[in-house]
Design a protein around this ligand. Structure first.
Ligand code: SAJ
Length: 406
């Protein structure tokens, strides 16, 4: 394994930046993590974490205790700068949702005064094609004295929330340099902590590859969600249908649900659509199919509720997927909020993974919800819900968006 210990600045200490900074620090690099959130900076400097991810607390503590990881509000001079800031989309522009590059642009401006000749700048944030060149152009315009002497590369993050630490080390890594020299420098750094294969390419191909991975998943989940609506219309069990079809050696259908959430799969396909709006027809349609699923679930609940005078509607789960506490872009949360405002019954919400101060409505105990509900709406397959005894719910109207209450 190549061992070249460096001083590294990581811009953005969120779900990607903090694990990456800590991992680099535990491998012996001297790391400064930079964030605009002062309370996150203080929390990290005290050896604690401000986000939830299995075992990340142990890694951060050990990185901070080793003296190799510090957090700050401002960058310093270094050998390598890694940008791991968010890339959300702006509200609808025309028909496609346009990427918001303001955090990346701000990070590039923030590091510019600290750059020296032969520095490496790595963009890890998931980004539309051409964004690494945007970073390069910002640096060129702010530091003309360094023309041609700062290397830039795109190394997209690919880790799954809930398994970040394992995937950070084990996943194959795409390294896309704007030049061969940048690619070689980035490869050397990632080899210090990555056990997966290092896949070499240019920055634009690296940018698109990352977007394609998440779009592939979105399109396949859209297929499953469309099947669930078709099966409902035909009175056929979608879970059984998919399980049977998946016994074909070349079929592997994903699972339907209440919609697609999280900050990645529900966002990144739009970056392809906004770059090639005429051509990206399937990718756009998949987004629309997945985005329409929450309303379909709400309509189902309305239809069932109409049979009761004042039904108690028990909603199980509000996170964007199972066994995590993350509420970002959660379709279940949107469904629950709409039902709370819909005036069609008394809504009781339960999510054992979410602290009650994080949501603007009361959270109830699972037992209480199971006891009082007339209609039970399962939105997230947390393990607490998959273990519900079918006898307890046999007399209730059950709407099971994840197919676990069989
Ligand atoms: N979902 C379904 N049916 C399925 C699988 C998922 O409805 O069969 C839903 C989930 O419930 C959730 C959403 O899709 O709402 C996304 O969940 P996920 O577990 O598929 O993915 P994320 O968003 O947690 O992480 C993805 C990963 N990308 C891929 O698997 C291609 C991860 O590797 C990326 O690093 C991450 O996006 C990212 O940061 O881009």
């Amino acid at each position: 394994m190549a061992r070249e210990l460096q001083k590294i600045v990581v811009m953005g200490l969120g779900y990607i930046g903090l694990p990456t900074a800590s991992m680099l620090a535990t491998k012996g690099h001297t790391v400064l993590g930079v964030d605009i959130n002062e309370s996150a900076v203080n929390t990290i400097n005290s050896g604690h974490i401000h986000i939830v991810e299995p075992d990340l607390d142990l890694l951060v503590r050990s990185a901070v205790n080793s003296g190799n990881l510090r957090a700050s509000l401002t960058p310093e001079e270094a050998d390598t700068f890694i940008l791991a800031v968010p890339t959300p989309f702006k509200s609808e522009e025309g028909n496609a949702k346009a990427p918001d590059l303001s955090h990346i642009e701000a990070a590039a401006h923030a590091i510019a005064p600290y750059l020296r000749a032969e520095n490496l700048v790595i963009l890890e944030s998931t980004s539309p094609v051409g964004t690494t060149e945007v970073v390069e152009n910002i640096i060129r315009s702010l530091r003309p004295d360094l023309e041609g002497r700062v290397h830039t590369a795109h190394c997209p993050e690919r880790v799954l929330p809930g398994q970040i630490l394992r995937e950070l080390v084990d996943n194959d890594r795409i390294i896309g340099g704007t030049t061969k020299a940048a690619m070689i420098k980035a490869r050397t750094l990632y080899k210090t902590f990555c056990n997966g294969a290092i896949l070499e390419t240019d920055s634009r191909t690296a940018e698109l590859s990352k977007l394609v991975e998440n779009s592939f998943r979105d399109v396949n989940i859209a297929f499953a969600n469309e099947l669930s609506v078709i099966c409902d219309r035909l009175g056929i069990n979608v879970w059984e249908t998919i399980a049977l079809a998946n016994r074909h050696p070349r079929v592997n259908i994903l699972q339907p649900g209440p919609g697609v959430g999280g900050h990645c799969i529900a966002v990144d396909p739009w970056f392809i659509v906004s770059s090639a709006p005429e051509e990206a027809r399937l990718i756009r349609t998949a987004r629309e199919v997945n985005d329409a699923k929450p309303q379909w679930v709400i309509d189902k609940v309305r239809c069932k509720a109409a049979r009761f005078k004042d039904p108690v509607i028990g909603c199980l789960g509000i996170t964007f997927k199972s066994n995590i506490d993350d509420l970002r872009e959660s379709p279940s949360m949107d469904i629950v909020k709409t039902l709370l405002d819909a005036n069609i019954g008394t809504v009781m919400v339960c999510d054992p993974n979410v602290a009650s101060h994080k949501v603007p409505f009361p959270l109830h105990d699972l037992k209480e919800v199971l006891k009082k509900s007339d209609i039970l709406l399962l939105l997230v397959d947390h393990h607490e819900f998959t273990e519900i005894d079918s006898q307890i719910i046999k007399d209730k109207v059950v709407i099971d968006t994840k197919g676990v209450l069989r």
